[in-house]
Design a protein around this ligand. Structure first.
Ligand SMILES: *[C@@H]1O[C@H](CO)[C@@H](O)[C@H](O)[C@H]1NC(C)=O
Ligand SMILES: *[C@@H]1O[C@H](CO)[C@@H](O)[C@H](O)[C@H]1NC(C)=O
Length: 113
């Protein structure tokens, strides 16, 4: 009984370890989809940061004073900018997955008419 309990506990522990290692090694992917990739000043644009991590902590940041509407899924954040009033939009998205942190930034071209 005792030894069975021990081996069960060991087994669970091993599974946990395997899970953590797999989750760390399988490669955490973070991507930012920008649509459209270039926007006219005053135009609208959306950015979707998504990850392969099943249970991520997502943090997408923009320059101060930028107005956007955020929608969220469990593995993505989508920010919609109804009217771009900045020349420089550089979204940065960081994803924390278990103990791994990955950050991605995107360049967005803002042009004048
Ligand atoms: C954002 O991207 C993810 C991954 O491609 C997708 O599953 C999700 O539906 C997208 N969200 C929106 C609101 O388009
Ligand atoms: C983004 O734009 C800046 C300024 O133009 C440039 O220095 C940088 O290399 C660009 N980064 C990417 C990933 O294109």
């Amino acid at each position: 009984m005792d030894s069975r309990l021990t081996s069960l506990a060991e087994c669970i522990w091993l599974f946990k370890l395997l899970f953590i290692v797999t989750a760390t090694v399988t490669g955490l992917e973070v991507s930012i989809d920008v649509n459209p990739t270039a926007v006219e000043f005053g135009g609208s644009i959306e950015m979707n940061c998504s990850t392969t991590c099943p249970k991520p902590t997502i943090n997408m940041e923009h320059k101060a004073g930028v107005n956007f509407i955020r929608t969220k899924g469990s593995t993505w954040y989508k920010d919609y900018f109804p009217s771009v009033q900045q020349w420089d939009l550089t979204p940065a998205c960081s994803v924390m997955c278990i103990s791994e942190l990955k950050e991605k930034t995107a360049n967005v071209t803002v042009y004048s008419k």
